[in-house]
Design a protein around this ligand. Structure first.
Ligand code: SF4
Ligand code: SF4
Ligand code: SF4
Length: 999
């Protein structure tokens, strides 16, 4: 394997397109083919574009197939990958691989084409010819409805070099070039392959591939050189010219502050490029001169906003020292540059836009007069080129009007929105690791990160499919197989599944997992519950279990064990079931009725309950004949903020009293110490009490380190709670709380920065101080029974080491989540009764949902508020993310007779090891470009690679390397010695996907 790409001859390119279209209803993996509106095509230069967007100069315009895939998905403006005098192997040596990481904001360390300049020219001409043929043949749009825009760099000398000059001249008139002749000859010789293409059409394809150019310069390029290049391109080459501007035009101070405000403060850069790059004061008069120059010649001049943003590599993002940032973190910088340009030039200077464009903002940009828009980051994410298909839907109503200026008012509004819209802000909390352990298997690799991240591995894809199909009873039955508390978890679970969900690469929230669970519970509870009651099993098991505590852990334990036929009695000290959720969590976060529904469910199989029954010792229960005792008493001991002076109110006592409706007199100024979810609850409850004016959350670290869920903090802030970070309370005197002012020190061994006192103090008004730190475990039951625990009362496992004694939930872990309590309950049920929770495990990989999965890929939710679907992508049925995100189409999903799921074949000759597929593969060590069965096009490529893979020797024989052994086999033979999945996959390539094989 190597990063050398092997351009596909035009005959193979067209054969691939035609065969894939005929047999798979797709072209280079793009299923959502777009037919554009020809009448509304927009004039630009002296050409027309049917949609005002397309791929930016970069990975998505490097090879002919990339451009074709973009065209098929609705792109009509193509900024071709930059060409410069340094090319091919010489350039490849300077580009470290992998070179793209697009997980959130995107970084890359690549620049111009990695092909040799004549090869790049050939790719663009092949793409030009192919797009014309398929536009006509498949009726995708008018053959003159798209534009190719050159991009050249980086200095005048290089641009004038014979190599680059031949490229520019060739693009202005490709006729007579070898590649043009190759394309034309193939088309004329293969007219029988087309229904709508004839010789006259082929001869009508214009040899002028491009009449426009974007000038790209390196950082530090002097303004005079930039102007010289543009002048040359305009006057000598007669090209419509755009100058690509760097975001450094905004100045260091502005860029630093803006990125800090939006949460991108961890991105490191200094002012070097800002000092060395084109300055605003030089840019404005230069643009004025170039506008005039173009006007004299009837050409169009514009600016391209913006180039990527150079930043330092500080966290091993890429194997480089500097990298180029793009995507959502760039948006607010680029739109500000657009606003300033619009203001300066009174809206008359045309802006070609690139910098964080997505389906969410592209129409607004267009409506503001900013077009064409080119994209790279967005289409490097899951969904890939099909994200263009959705964007095309935004432009079905184009009216063919030419550029009429940019609206300052509209650009200003977009810029203002970028400061508050979560799309452009980094969440406070780091993104979760969406990966499952291991590397992607050679065959059958599809997996579901949502399930892996769930503490009880719920059958999420299975129940989401049922919800989407309106089968709520099925959905609830699937849910309660592993989750005894669907109402509670459907409401307040911190839902790590949602953050780990593959869909969260599309939009911040991921699939609607938690909400769908609640919906299923609400819709089907009345149907499911009576049927469970009817199944109640006679309690004649040998085990007889006592559960101490009727909170989430106790209820779930009772549910799982009684369902398995084990008798259970719950002893609850209070007068109702539900524990902390019932007695402490405010009603505005979870309704009491919902808690009662879960309690009912947990008692459906006949668990007995003794309320107001405080258990003093485990032995007492053993003496009553219980074989097993499960301690599930929660963590109710008051914590302490350690104030030297003054009294604190315990948070649980406070919340419980408030929930009971007791009259509480807190005074005007309430301070809550702590930053967990309980602290957020306390602050929000306090804010609602009569007489309270100000509520402050005081925390000794920063918001970034707070343990609360970000959405809980947001709700508290929305309620008017003030968050005071880096303050450590030390004494309460009267109504004054004195706090040490802290700062974050150096990171410790775990990388966490501890707060360090600065020596300064501040005083806060505090009529009441509520302590919400470190609620503790009452370990007296453990101590009396000889159960060992740590100094905070916690146990390493649910099995306590004392026979017949178990522990589950907060009293084992310390304050934790409801779903973790259920996980403990499940573990206890497995240990006591061998309960198996896998009844629906296979349903996560249901066949037959392919269409839904493909339908949802590439589509971002445009109206979350009214969305009634789960938005699950069914990753267990169809992953294929590595296929979606590969700009070069080098990973191909194929159907293999004899295997249930699609298999992914990696095509070595199309891969340049950019690494993008590894970023999004759900396996921790997954590198699809190295892990997947690889199709080689030559002996030499196979020898240069260590990948497991195959090479066609003749019609029937393949040279195959698997597990380090190379053998030449007939894939029709039974005893090839190959794993059967490998044999079948190669056979399927030969029989059904022969266009993948190089002829
Ligand atoms: S899209 Fe569906 S299957 Fe994929 S991770 Fe999200 S919830 Fe799970
Ligand atoms: S297969 Fe992976 S590494 Fe290769 S070009 Fe595609 S995305 Fe990049
Ligand atoms: S990204 Fe590709 S290799 Fe990884 S699990 Fe999905 S289909 Fe398999």
């Amino acid at each position: 394997m190597s990063d050398i790409m092997r351009p596909i001859p035009f005959s193979q390119l067209m054969n691939w397109i035609i065969e894939e279209h005929k047999t798979q209803d797709a072209i280079f993996g793009v299923r959502k083919m777009v037919t554009t509106n020809q009448e509304g095509a927009l004039p630009i230069f002296d050409e027309r574009i049917e949609t005002p967007f397309g791929p930016a100069a970069g990975p998505n315009t490097q090879l002919a197939q990339n451009i074709v895939a973009s065209y098929v998905a609705g792109s009509r403006f193509f900024e071709l990958k930059t060409v410069q005098v340094m090319d091919g192997e010489e350039l490849s040596k300077c580009v470290n691989k992998p070179c793209i990481v697009a997980q959130d904001e995107c970084y890359n360390c690549e620049w111009s084409t990695e092909l040799e300049v004549p090869q790049a020219f050939a790719e663009y001409v092949k793409a030009w010819f192919a797009c014309h043929l398929i536009a006509r043949e498949y009726g995708l749009g008018s053959p003159d409805g798209f534009v190719f825009n050159m991009s050249v760099g980086y200095d005048l000398e290089g641009i004038k070099s014979p190599k680059v000059d031949a490229y520019i001249e060739g693009m202005k008139d490709a006729s007579g070039s070898d590649v043009w002749n190759e394309c034309r000859a193939w088309a004329l010789a293969n007219l029988d392959k087309f229904e709508h293409v004839d010789a006259a059409f082929v001869e009508s394809i214009p040899a002028r591939v491009s009449n426009s150019i974007t000038e790209s310069t390196l950082h530090g390029c002097p303004p005079a050189e930039i102007e010289r290049i543009a002048t040359y391109l305009i006057t000598e080459k007669g090209l419509n010219t755009y100058i690509k501007c760097n975001p450094t035009l905004l100045g260091y101070e502005f860029a630093r502050q803006r990125l800090n405000e939006l949460g991108f403060d961890y991105i490191v850069f200094d002012d070097t490029h800002f000092r060395e790059d084109l300055q605003w004061a030089d840019a404005v008069p230069m643009f004025e001169r170039l506008i005039a120059l173009c006007a004299e010649r009837g050409l169009e001049f514009g600016v391209k906003l913006t180039n990527t943003f150079p930043v330092d590599v500080t966290r091993n993002e890429l194997p480089s020292t500097e990298m180029y940032m793009s995507g959502r973190s760039l948006f607010s910088l680029t739109i500000e540059a657009a606003r300033r340009i619009t203001e300066q030039f009174d809206g008359k200077l045309r802006i070609s836009y690139s910098g964080g464009a997505t389906v969410y903002n592209i129409r607004a940009l267009y409506d503001a007069g900013i077009w064409p828009v080119t994209l790279a980051t967005d289409v490097l994410k899951p969904g890939g080129y099909e994200r263009f298909s959705q964007m095309a839907g935004e432009f079905a109503d184009l009216d063919g009007k030419p550029f009429a200026g940019v609206s300052l008012e509209a650009v200003t509004a977009i810029q203002a929105d970028s400061l508050t819209n979560p799309l452009y802000k980094k969440p406070l909390r780091p993104l979760p690791d969406r990966k499952v352990a291991g590397k992607s298997p050679l065959s059958d690799c599809f997996t579901t990160p949502c399930r892996t991240s769930c503490p009880i591995q719920q059958d999420i894809p299975a129940y989401l499919a049922a919800v989407d199909e309106g089968r709520y009873e099925d959905a609830l039955n699937i849910i309660i197989e592993r989750n005894a508390l669907p109402f509670i978890t459907g409401t307040i679970c911190p839902h790590p599944c949602g953050r780990a969900c593959e869909r969260a690469f599309y939009e911040p929230e991921g699939a609607q997992i938690r909400a769908s669970k609640l919906k299923a519970a609400r819709e089907a509870m009345t149907t499911v519950l009576p049927k469970l009651r009817a199944q109640a099993i006679a309690n004649d098991a040998e085990r007889n279990v006592a559960v101490i505590g009727g909170g989430p852990a106790g209820l779930a334990t009772a549910f799982f064990l009684t369902r398995a036929g084990v008798p259970v009695t719950i002893f609850e000290a209070r007068d109702s079931l539900g524990g902390v959720v019932r007695h402490v969590i405010p009603e505005f976060r979870i309704a009491s009725d919902d808690i009662s529904h879960d309690a009912e469910l947990c008692l459906a199989f006949g668990a007995k309950v003794q309320l107001n029954a405080r258990v003093e010792s485990i032995d007492e229960l053993k003496a009553q004949g219980f074989t097993d005792v499960v301690v599930a008493t929660g963590a109710w001991m008051p914590g302490s903020a350690g104030l030297g002076e003054g009294a604190e109110l315990d948070v649980l006592e406070f919340l419980e009293a408030a929930k009971k409706g007791e009259k509480l007199e807190l005074g005007e100024d309430v301070v809550v110490i702590g930053a967990g979810n309980t602290a957020m609850d306390a602050a929000r409850v306090a804010k609602r009490l009569a007489g309270v004016k100000n509520v402050r959350l005081v925390y000794r670290r920063t918001k970034k380190q707070m343990p609360a869920d970000e959405e809980e903090l947001d709700l508290a802030l929305a309620d008017g709670v003030e968050f005071c970070e880096l303050l450590a309370p030390k004494a309460l005197n009267g109504a004054v709380l004195t706090c040490d002012v802290m700062e974050l020190g150096e990171p410790d061994a775990s990388g966490r920065r501890s707060p360090v006192a600065t020596g300064e103090t501040v005083e806060l008004s505090a009529t009441t101080v509520i302590c919400a730190v470190g609620e503790g475990i009452d370990a007296s039951l453990y101590d009396a029974a000889g159960v060992e625990h740590d100094r905070r009362g916690r146990l390493a496992a649910t099995s306590t080491g004392v026979e017949g004694v178990w522990a589950a939930g907060d009293c084992r872990r310390g304050p934790a989540t409801v779903v973790e309590a259920i996980a403990d309950a499940a573990e206890v049920a497995r240990a006591i009764a061998g309960v198996d929770f896998n009844k629906y495990a296979d349903c996560n990989e249901q066949a037959g949902r392919e269409d839904t999965c493909y339908e949802r890929k590439g589509s971002l939710c445009r109206d979350k508020r009214n969305c009634t679907k789960t938005r699950c992508l069914g990753c267990g049925s169809v992953c294929e993310v590595c296929c979606d995100v590969c700009p070069n189409r080098a990973n191909v999903a194929i159907k293999v007779p004899g295997l249930a799921k699609h298999q992914v074949v990696h095509v070595d000759g199309m891969c340049n090891e950019c690494g993008n597929c590894a970023v999004f593969c759900p396996y921790q060590e997954g590198r699809p470009y190295k892990d997947k069965l690889t199709l080689f096009w030559s002996e030499q490529d196979m020898e240069n690679s260590e990948n497991e893979g195959f090479l066609a020797v003749d019609e029937d024989h393949f040279k195959v390397r698997v597990a380090g052994t190379v053998r030449t086999v007939s894939v029709d033979a039974v005893n090839t010695g190959l794993p059967e999945a490998v044999r079948l996959t190669i056979k399927a390539v030969r029989d059904s996907y022969p266009y993948l094989l190089k002829k």
